[in-house]
Design a protein around this ligand. Structure first.
Ligand SMILES: NC(=O)c1ccc[n+]([C@@H]2O[C@H](COP(=O)([O-])OP(=O)(O)OC[C@H]3O[C@@H](n4cnc5c(N)ncnc54)[C@H](OP(=O)(O)O)[C@@H]3O)[C@@H](O)[C@H]2O)c1
Length: 345
């Protein structure tokens, strides 16, 4: 029997992205819906072939329903604490969309709630599921000790971005606006490969009025491993290529992971050798990337079926770290770029 999913917040991402993925997976079935504006939940239910009786009028009723096995919540993230609290009250596993919360105090509350509960509770940072991460990690031992890295995710401002019209993005309650909205994906990927960040020195700036707050971030990180590197993020520039890559420098070589959207496939290119004279030929691996949304839902379904929260790949404590890096970057920037410790949950 497929797990019955109750969707809370039937906006753009629920309709365009979660619904087709949930429908495509045999282990899941969209079974119930709730939205603040009910007409949108009705339209979603029709598209999802959810019975009219399974469109709920309030949050408590959908969460409490015996016909729902887990909740998939896609709300402006300042609502995440409340929906998680409600899920725990009715003993229902739940995933919520990233970033974990609007600020670190809400995020900390979510971590505490999740740690005190036996329920599977996950934060939907699908970039943590990229196959590229696994491929880079396979190559890492070849390049010796990791000294440093450069991470760059930059792109042009896209005036047709469908998400831009949402009022909660234009006047963000979540710290850093787009910097946390998309930045936590980038940081999930980076930290899955290289480990956690210890301190951040950053400069941020607002380029576009519609962003509501700062929208570009240039920074240096010191990782807990001791490696140092740069992290650059923003899609608020004038015409330029959309480019996403991570270069890792080691004592015995280097790796370039390029997953820019213009490439036919993401690539991992590496060369080994302790210096320029000993440099090997470059080896390039083309990556067959997975559908990361599918992978994160498969992962959560497994945890729900097994009733085992330890199987959840991005639990609140991990997602807290990603938001805490953005918080440290914003604090650093407001202090002229001073070195700022990343807070612990
Ligand atoms: N993982 C990813 O790659 C990715 C991509 C895009 C979005 N997301 C995440 O998905 C979530 C939804 O984003 P979206 O783009 O779909 O936004 P959206 O279209 O604005 O949808 C948000 C939904 O939440 C409801 N809502 C708004 N304020 C509420 C409140 N105070 N209480 C209860 N419900 C409320 C809205 O209901 P109304 O109809 O009444 O306004 C709307 O249906 C966000 O957390 C976002 O970060 C993730």
């Amino acid at each position: 029997m497929p797990l019955r999913v109750g969707i809370v917040g039937t906006g753009i991402f629920a309709t365009d992205s979660h619904l087709p993925v949930i429908q495509s997976l045999p282990e899941l079935k969209p079974s119930a819906a709730y939205n603040r504006t009910k007409s949108k939940a009705d339209a979603f239910a029709e598209k999802a072939s959810i019975e009219a009786a399974e469109v709920y009028e309030n949050l408590d009723d959908i969460v409490a329903s015996s016909k729902v096995d887990f909740i998939d919540a896609l709300l402006p993230v300042q609502n995440n604490v409340n929906v998680i609290r409600t899920a725990i009250k009715f003993n229902k596993p739940i995933v919520v969309e990233k970033p974990i919360a609007a600020n670190l105090s809400q995020a900390r509350e979510i971590v505490e709630l999740a740690e005190a509960s036996k329920l599977p509770i996950g934060i939907l940072e699908q970039w943590a599921f990229f196959n590229g991460i696994t491929e880079v990690k396979k190559v890492l031992p070849k390049i010796g000790d990791i000294i440093s890295f450069t991470y760059k995710a930059t792109g042009p401002w896209n005036p047709d971005n469908k998400y831009m019209a949402t009022p909660w993005r234009q006047n963000p309650e979540h710290i850093g606006g787009y910097l946390s909205d998309g930045g936590v994906h980038q940081l999930a990927l980076l930290t899955e490969i290289l480990g956690e960040v210890d301190t951040v020195s950053a400069q941020t700036k607002q380029v576009r009025e519609l962003s509501g707050t700062d929208d570009i971030l240039f920074s240096t990180f010191k990782l807990k491993s001791g490696a140092i590197g740069t992290f650059t993020y923003g899609s608020a520039f004038g015409a330029t290529d959309k480019s996403t890559s991570l270069t890792i420098y080691g004592t015995n070589g280097s790796i370039v992971y390029d997953f820019s959207p213009s490439l036919p496939k993401p690539t991992v290119t590496y060369q080994t050798g302790g210096n320029s004279k000993e440099a090997s030929e470059k080896t390039t691996i083309e990556i067959d990337e997975v559908n990361a949304l599918e992978e994160e839902f498969k992962n959560f379904a497994e945890a729900v079926k097994a009733k085992d929260k330890s199987l959840v790949r991005v639990p609140p404590a991990k997602a807290f770290h990603h938001l805490a890096i953005i918080a440290a970057a914003l604090e650093s920037s407001s202090n002229g770029g001073s070195s700022t410790k990343v807070e612990l949950p």
